[in-house]
Structure formats: C-alpha cells, structure tokens
Design a protein around this ligand. Structure first.
Ligand code: N01
Length: 863
C-alpha cells in the first residue's frame, strides 16, 4: 500500500522520462513492463493506492469479470500463464486483483509507479517536443511520450439525482467501494441502477439486508453466468495449445476464440431458433450470442426473437407477473446496451424482502435526509447504493486538462464527440496515446486482447521512431476524419445507435450522442492497425531532427460490410466469370443469387409475357401492398447484356417497389452473345412501349411511367429514354440509372483505380462488351448513350455512382452531360460502395440508405 512519501521516493530520482503512463491497471502494468523491456525510461502515475485499476476500485459484492477467466488474463508472459490457475469460470474481483498484484510483484513493476497521485494536466511544448505533466501533489514531470492507460469505465458518472447530497445514512458507490467492505445486516438498503454493477451486487446485498429496494430506470437483458469451474472443454482447448488459443483470440471478432455464426435468426425454423437460444442460455457466456446467429445486432426482427426468448425466461423465473414485466426490457434491442451476466439476479425478486420500483412509472423526485421520495411514495433507508455507472470512454481522458499544439485542449476538441485516429491518437496532440481509446474495439471486446494489442502497437511505434531517429508522431487531419467516418459507418449498419446507452454517451447529461467504440471487430481492427504500419505509418506525420515524413491517407474507405464481403469472397477463391463461357457464367451467377436474402414482401407478384420483335419476352410485375392504382416503373436488370433475366434482380425490385410505392415491371430482353447489339435496346424499347400502352390494365396511373435499370440495365434505361425522345413517345417522366454503363471507354481513372478488386473488374467489363457489340457498334449512342449528340429534352434523371466501381466516372460524365443539356439531374454518389452494393438488399446493409434515396427520387419523378 502506498503512502504520500512514495511519490517522493520514486520521483526524487528523476523527473524527465521517455514515457509517462497514467494508470496502473491491466493496461498500465503491461505498458510499463514492455517499455522497460525496450529500454525506454518510464514512470506510471496512478490515483489509486495500489495497482489494479478498475479492479482496485470496483470492490462491490459480486464483482466479477464476465469474460471467461482464462480469456480475461494476460498472454504476454507464458510463465505467468503456466503458473496462475483461476479458481472459477468468472473470477471474483479479489482474485483478479490478486492476479494483478502478482504480476506487479513478479516483474517488479511498482518501483516505477507513483501511487495516490492524480494527473491534473498535461501540456505539449512544441519547441522541446515534450509533454509537461502536473499532478494533484503539485509535482511536475516531463516526457517525450504521454500515454493514458486510464481505462474506459474509470470515471464514475456524477450524481444526477435531485437531493443526492442530503442523505444522512450510509452512501456507497459500486465504483468506489470501501476496502473494508460493507455489512448490510439488519439494514434497509436502496440500490439505484440495474446495469452490470447493480445486477451483480443486488443478489448479494439482498442476502444480507433486512430490506432491499431496487430503483430501476431501465431493465436490462441479463444471461445466467452459470458460474463454477471453468468448463472442461474450454480449459482443455486453452491448455492444449495456449499460444494457438491466444492467437485465435487475437484474430476473432471480440477477442475470445469462438466459431462465428453462419446463419441468420430468421433463416431457421422456430424450433431450431429456440433450441439455439436454449443452448446459448445454458452456456452462460456472452460470446455465444455472436456465435448463435449472424444478424442479431443487424436486424430488428431477428433481434426481437432473442428479446422475446429472454423475456420468456424472466417470466418463467419471477413469480410476480407485474415484477416480471417491469424487469423485461422493451425499449432497446438486445446487445445495444451492454448485456449482463448474472447469478440469481431475477430469482432475487422472488424474495419477500426485496422490492422493485419502476422509475419509468414513478420517478425519483428527490433524495431526502432519510431516504428516497418518488412520484408516489416516500421510503426510509439506512443505506443507499449508487450503481449508476460511468462517464464512459471519454470521461477519464477529458477529466485531465490536456493541452496540445496551439493551446487547444482535448476537452474542447472533443466537445462534439471524440475524434481519433484508430482510437490511439488525436490530431493536434503529438506523442499522446490512449490505450483502448474511443474509436477502438475496447469495451466491445475482451479488454485483455485489446489492451495488449494497443500496448504492443504503441511500443512498436516508439521503437520504430527511435530506430529511424524520429521523435514526434501525430495523425494527419485526413486520416483522423477518415477513421471517424469509418467508425460511424461501422456503427450505423448495426442497431447499436438506436439505444440510449453509455456506448452512445446517452447516460451522461449533455454528453454528445456519438457511438464511442469501434464495432468492426477485433480481427478487422487488428488488420487495420497492422496495415497502417505496413504502409509506413499511413495517416501519420513523423518528424525528427532534420526530417519530416508526411504519409497522408485514409486506411479504410470501403464500407465495412462491403469490406467483409470482399474478404469472404476472396477466401472462397471463386472462379472468374470472364474466364467462363456465357452459359457457365449464367449458371454460376444463378447459383450465387440463390443464396441471397429474398428482399421484402410486396403486395403481389405477377409473371407475364409481352410481345417483342422476335417473339414474347417474360416480365415480372411487383405491386405494392397499398391500394392502387400506382405509378409504374419499367425495370431493366443488370448482367452486362449477357447474364440475368426479369427475375434476377428480384430482391432489389421488391425493395424499390415497397420503398417507392410504385409498380415495378422487370422485363427481360434478348442477351448476347446469342443476340448481339442492338437486340437488347430494341427489346427494351418495345417493352416500354407495351407497358405504356397497357398502363391501366397493369394497375398503373396514366401518364406516370418511369424507367430504372442497374448496370447494363441502367444503360438500357437511358437508351430507351433517348429512343423514346427520338420517336416522340412514349412519355417517360423519369429515369433512375443505377451505376449504369454509359460508354465503351476503358481509360477513365475509375477503371484504372478500381478495375481490379471490386467484383466488377475491367476484364469482366471487357468480356461483357466483347460478347455484346463489335468495336464499331459500341460507339453508337444506343450502346454508349454518353456519345449521343444531343441529350436535351430527356426525362429528369437520377444517376447513382459507386466510389469503387470502374463505371463510376462514366456515370458521373453522363450526369454532367445530362445537366449540361438542361436535363434535371440528381447525382447520388455512394461513398465506400462497389458496383454491386446498391442491389445487394439485406446483404450490404450500408447501401440501404442509397436505396431509400433512389426510392425518394423515383417518387419525385411522379410529382
Ligand atoms: O453502469 P451502467 P454499470 N436515476 O451505466 C441507472 C462494465 N461492468 O456500472 O439505463 C436512476 O451500465 C441506469 O439507468 P439507465 C460493463 O461494461 C462490467 O452497471 O441509464 N437510475 C442503469 O440502470 C458495464 O456495462 C462488469 O436508464 C440511474 C444504471 O444506473 C459497465 O461497466 C461489472 C440514474 C447504470 O448502469 C457499466 O456498468 C460491472 C439516475 N439518475 C460493470 N443514472 C463485469 O461483469 C443512472 N441510472 C465485468
């Protein structure tokens, strides 16, 4: 245990270091160990009286880890792994603290730690390239690198309940529990808060107290921990190949080795779904949620099946139906608030001396000298326990007055939400690092894996700087903005942002609502950090005596789901379509299409035939469920004029039909190479003429006819508009061109930059053109509509382009040409998307927004 003289003991030796570390929890201890190993001089400053971090402070009864003990431990020291045996599946706080004390002693880490000392400010001096750190003891320390290893949940949320200072009885915070413990025997106790801390402590407080009253604002989803010995199969897996086990953890989704799910919750029968949920419930491991179904955090309906299952378990456990109902979460999706693991939590409400107060119905009006008053009742207590949570992730960082270059503070810079590069650094604050900072997987992962990864990355970075005679590192503004965008992109395809959670900063009054951690996965994140280094510290400026190396850039520009899909496709090593025969490619694309989600339900689907130059061609009509008549859109499928049919873009047509409330008539056309140019545009035009002549019988509104098409279908859609314009009809009131082919020129920059790796490749596009049209024919506006002499008078257009699409620039050129000809044009650029993204309904979730905008533009055509 530390005394104030300790600072003097440690700091009197030296006041200037290579590195100052704040915090002596899991992160700070490993950092100290590693820095010392690398020969950096380092000092850790710690507010607590000893090592332990969160496990030093959170000593409330029932405090345990909720990741298996073997996973919630260091991997850097094989000797430690061999000598330390965990006594339970989920170790208690005292055992985890003993572990940390053991590590500190084993590596003699305390000699470089100043305890009972809080860092109050840190300021960067550009001239000396140093940080000046000031503590609450009035001490000053300088260093080249300043690292905050202060944890994500270390700053208790300030009391925000009226009268909280008035209570004269015992007041305890789960986050600052007395070391000597608390005896509640014979006492009337109130617990406010039902997050993880409340849920863990309530059963044990109930076991002692004479009366326990729980004040619940939001019920939580909690799973039984089934604590006990570490499951034998898990222990065997770990012990048989410890190093391999750790490596699997490092490259897993959340930092625990597990088999990822392969199927969505709605893709199995009700019986199988329930069986899987039962297995998850019995396992007592949060990681099992991720390995049960793929889409629980992505799809509302899927998530609701799990929510219902858990509510059923609560009803089956809690005898009083009203109490069971109050304990059943209904205002947020499972996982969107951190789920809890409990031991006898719900059972506790069957005890006669335990009462639950629903603060949604009867909010606390004030805390009094003797108890708590709600809107309907006054309670007297001997003790109040606050389990009210933390100012998470940013709180501990902005609590220190950190001033960077040009006098800006982190607090000011982050006033609208944290801005970081990789959750590791922030622009304007050179040589300042955060371990598990906002924008990194941190709280959405096994903290141990994320802590070790960050510490390793930071230490490797310092080592590289030293090796290259560099002294200062700072992210560029572009890299940081790109990362913040990517972090948001990842969150926005999930249900996480829908909850009022601490992940969103929603628990702290006036805190900006920003999703704080990185939800892209531990594996993906590790890949990013490694790539940044492999690309010579992409996104960083590094400088030293006489040198300044700027390596500006954005590490992830693809949407996260697109990135994952491409990675998955690469791993499958699929054959290339452009190396197949047309028949082979058709069969292959049909096979792929069979595995995709079906798209939404529509009111009606009708298959029919319509006459064209060389016989009938099939169409499929999608009718909205709303009362008709409806506007009509003739749709042309993609497939490079070679592949596809009237039903090959089925999910996309369904989606647009529902979103735009229009009848979609997806028509087939003759395909190349059997029927080369101009068979396809001739069929397409004939189809539009036929639909125009049958509008009313198809359930359409006279005069409300538009065209839409994707890829080669987008080409046909606009060619049809040109043909109709030249022929004096039919009247078309809008054209929606989704990543269309508009030209036969392969030299535009989008071909050069994105022609290799994003499904639609340059060789594939050449293969399509070769099958479709002779080089001379390609120049005809019916093949390359961008080459038309005059585009004036064409219907209003929506042109959708994707950032990583070889066709991007010709789409853009067409939008510009239409605008120059006086046509009303809306251009919708899809950031981070590829050619196939927009049509990939329920597969590329990040493209849903684009589909909503397409539908809005289509509706606009008809106004
Ligand atoms: O904090 P919380 P926590 N009036 O914010 C309520 C980790 N952890 O300490 O949801 C009334 O989750 C608040 O209500 P609401 C873990 O990551 C891990 O429990 O805001 N009630 C909520 O019920 C966890 O998620 C373990 O409506 C008020 C509760 O207080 C994180 O730490 C154990 C209120 C706070 O819940 C935080 O958990 C413990 C008010 N004014 C913690 N203000 C392990 O198992 C707040 N509440 C490893």
């Amino acid at each position: 245990m530390t005394t104030d003289s300790e600072f003097a003991r440690v700091s009197s030796e030296k006041t200037d270091f290579d590195v100052v570390v704040v915090g002596a929890g899991f992160a700070g201890l490993y950092l100290l160990y590693k820095l010392r190993e690398l020969g950096f001089s380092a000092r850790a400053l710690e507010a607590a009286g000893d090592v332990g971090g969160t496990w030093y402070w959170n000593r409330y009864p029932g405090a345990r880890c909720d990741i298996l003990s073997i996973d919630y431990s260091y991997s850097f020291d094989p000797e430690l792994e061999a000598e330390w045996q965990w006594s339970e599946k989920y170790a208690t706080q005292p055992e985890i603290l003993r572990y940390l004390q053991h590590v500190a002693a084993k590596h003699d880490l305390r000699r470089d730690i100043v305890f009972a000392t809080r860092v109050e400010s840190a300021s960067w001096d550009d001239d000396s390239a140093q940080w000046l750190i000031r503590t609450d003891k009035g001490d000053e320390v300088t260093c080249r690198y300043y690292v905050m290893a202060t944890g994500c949940l270390s700053m208790p949320k300030a009391p925000d309940i009226e009268g909280s200072g008035r209570f004269r009885g015992e007041v305890h915070y789960t986050s600052r529990w007395p070391h000597e413990g608390v005896d509640f025997t014979g006492k009337r106790v109130a617990v406010i808060g039902t997050g993880s801390s409340g849920i863990q402590s309530i059963p044990l407080i109930a076991a002692q107290a004479e009366q326990l009253t729980v004040f619940q604002r939001t019920p939580n989803f909690s799973f039984p921990a089934h604590n006990g010995p570490i499951p034998a199969h898990r222990l065997a897996d770990y012990e048989s190949d410890c190093a391999g086990y750790r490596e699997r953890a490092r490259w897993s989704r959340i930092g625990v080795p597990s088999e990822p799910a392969t199927i969505g919750a709605l893709q199995v029968s009700e019986a199988e779904r329930q069986a899987r949920y039962e297995a998850m419930w019995e396992a007592g491991e949060l990681v099992k949620i991720g390995s049960t179904f793929t889409d629980l955090i992505l799809n509302r309906a899927s998530n609701e099946t799990l929510a219902q299952f858990i509510r059923g378990k609560i009803r089956a456990t809690v005898r009083n139906p009203e109490t069971a109902d109050t304990l059943s979460p209904k205002d947020h999706y499972v996982i969107t608030k951190r789920p809890c693991l409990d031991t006898n939590y719900f059972e506790t409400y069957n005890l006669d001396h335990v009462r639950l107060i629903d603060l949604r119905k009867t909010p606390i009006t004030t805390i009094t000298e003797t108890g708590i008053t709600t809107a309907s009742e006054s309670f007297e207590f001997d003790a109040i326990v606050y389990a009210t949570g933390f100012d998470a992730m940013t709180g501990p960082i902005v609590a220190v007055n950190i001033t960077g270059r040009d006098g800006i503070t982190v607090r000011d810079k982050w006033a609208g939400g944290p801005l970081t590069y990789l959750g590791l650094m922030t622009t304007g604050f050179p040589n300042f690092f955060t371990v598990t900072g906002p924008g990194s997987p941190s709280v959405l992962s096994n903290m141990m894996v994320s802590i070790e990864q960050h510490v390793d990355w930071i230490c490797d970075c310092l080592k590289d700087l030293r090796a290259e005679n560099l002294a200062v590192i700072e992210p560029t503004a572009t890299a940081e903005a790109g990362w913040v965008q990517h972090v948001n992109d990842c969150a926005n395809i999930t249900l996480y942002p829908t909850a009022n959670s601490w992940y969103m900063g929603a628990n702290v009054p006036d805190k900006p609502r920003v999703f704080l951690p990185y939800v892209g996965g531990v594996d993906a994140y590790r890949g990013v950090c490694n790539e940044v280094v492999a690309q010579n510290y992409l996104g960083f400026v590094r400088s030293g005596p006489g040198q300044r190396r700027v390596n500006d850039g954005v590490i992830r520009r693809l949407q996260p789901d697109v990135q994952r899909m491409l990675k998955m496709l690469t791993s499958l090593n699929l054959p290339l379509m452009n190396e197949m025969s047309p028949e082979g490619a058709r069969a292959f694309s049909k096979e792929l299409a069979a595995t995709r989600p079906p798209g939404p339900e529509v009111g009606e689907i009708v298959d029919g035939l319509l006459p064209c130059a060389e016989g009938d061609i099939p169409y499929r009509l999608y009718r909205p469920a709303t009362p008709g008549p409806h506007p009509v859109v003739v749709y042309f499928h993609g497939g490079g004029w070679v592949l596809g049919s009237h039903d090959s873009d089925d999910p996309f047509c369904r989606d647009l039909c529902v979103r735009s409330n229009a009848v979609f008539v997806s028509v087939n056309y003759r395909h190349a190479p059997e029927h080369r140019f101009p068979a396809a545009p001739d069929d397409a035009f004939a189809a539009v003429q036929w639909v125009a002549n049958h509008l009313e019988s198809l359930g359409g509104v006279p005069g409300q006819l538009a065209v839409c098409g994707w890829s080669a279908g987008g080409n046909l859609a606009t060619v049809v508009c040109q043909m109709a314009s030249a022929a004096g009809g039919p009247e078309i009131c809008g054209q929606a061109l989704i990543t269309p082919v508009t030209d036969c020129d392969f030299s535009r920059p989008s071909y050069t930059a994105t022609g290799a790796n994003y499904i639609l490749t340059e060789p594939l596009m050449r293969w399509f053109w070769d099958h479709y049209a002779d080089p001379a024919d390609r120049l005809h506006p019916k093949a390359s509509p961008l080459r038309a002499q005059d585009l004036s008078g064409l219907p209003p257009a929506l042109v959708v382009t994707a950032e990583f699409d070889p066709l991007r620039d010709e789409g853009l050129a067409y939008a510009d040409a239409l605008a120059a000809a006086g046509v009303t044009v809306k251009h919708l650029p899809c950031r981070g998307q590829i050619h196939t993204s927009v049509t990939a309904v329920d597969l590329i979730l990040s493209s849903a927004k684009a589909r909503a905008e397409i539908a809005a533009a289509i509706r606009q055509f008809f106004q």
